[in-house]
Design a protein. Structure first.
Length: 307
């Protein structure tokens, strides 16, 4: 029949579909590009239709340029560049001065602790004037045998015009304890308070033998040095009488061994008493160097500086 023939022709047309049409007709199969279509993508491997979103997609465009690292700190008007020319000059001069002082200080300390050389022989006084007394260096802590003793200096004085018989002797005064109280709790203690008395005593023991006999002129100089320091300290206590004589002693006590050590160390205090010294007008504070009489503002009885 003609109808069957027509239907058969339609079936033939349906059976003659191409392979692509069959793929589109199959459910769940996507239209992937063939190898020749992938070759037409961009050089980076991303197809042209995916390289950039379409204009109407609403995606934000990337920034045109990215800020380089450190660009914020290098912008004009930051740091010293924000100051006026006058302040820039002042800041540069201040930094230069600080650097110069720091370099000078380091050089002076180096020359002070360095072995004797040509510079210290020619300019030793300049170095000492810079270092002493505030920048003195004490290396005993780092010696092979560090100092393991507590040494304190005591003094007592014989006064006239204070006792029943016209004279009296004061009790022993711990001058080292007074120095410790002066620097305790002080964030910036003076080296004079820390080392003045200690250096005077080291000067004396280094210039005298065990029998307190002076070895040359330095021994006599050390005695005068200690007497003047003692009179300055006695003036602070103010006993009110005339100081005729003074006697100085040292109290030495070894530092005890730690609890974990088996070493046996005696911590008994040992004293070294010096002979009595007569006080002369030149030993008084602010005493005149020419005629030996105290200057104005000094009490000749107590040796106290007038306020």
């Amino acid at each position: 029949m003609v109808i069957d023939g027509d239907r058969g022709g339609m079936d033939g047309d349906h059976g003659g579909r191409t392979g692509d049409e069959n793929k589109l007709a199959m459910p769940g199969v996507t239209n992937r590009p063939e190898p020749d279509e992938a070759a037409e993508s961009t050089p980076s491997g991303i197809p042209e239709d995916r390289a950039a979103p379409p204009p109407d997609s609403g995606a934000a465009a990337p920034p045109a340029t990215a800020a380089a690292p450190g660009a914020v700190g290098s912008r004009p008007g930051a740091g010293m560049a924000a100051l006026s020319l006058r302040y820039q000059v002042v800041a540069a001069l201040a930094l230069s001065l600080i650097g110069l002082v720091a370099c000078t200080h380091i050089a002076m300390i180096f020359l002070h602790v360095a072995p004797s050389n040509t510079l210290t022989k020619q300019h030793g006084e300049v170095v000492d004037d810079w270092v002493y007394p505030e920048f003195e260096q004490n290396w005993k802590l780092f010696a092979p045998n560090p100092l393991q003793q507590n040494i304190s200096v005591h003094v007592r004085a014989e006064l006239t015009g204070t006792g029943a018989d016209g004279s009296s002797v004061t009790h022993w005064i711990n001058l080292s304890h007074d120095d410790g109280e002066a620097i305790r709790g002080n964030l910036l203690p003076s080296h004079v308070d820390q080392n003045g008395l200690r250096r005077a005593w080291d000067f004396y023991t280094g210039s005298h033998d065990s029998e307190n006999r002076a070895a040359g002129l330095r021994g006599e100089l050390s005695e005068r040095y200690i007497r003047r320091i003692v009179m300055l300290r006695l003036a602070e206590h103010g006993y009110g009488g005339t100081v005729e004589r003074v006697q100085v002693r040292s109290a030495v006590r070894s530092v005890g061994a730690p609890t974990w050590s088996d070493e046996k160390i005696s911590t008994k205090t040992e004293y070294r008493e010096l002979p009595w010294w007569n006080i002369t007008p030149s030993d008084l504070p602010q005493a005149g160097a020419t005629d030996g009489s105290p200057k104005a503002g000094t009490s000749p009885k107590t040796g106290r500086a007038g306020k």
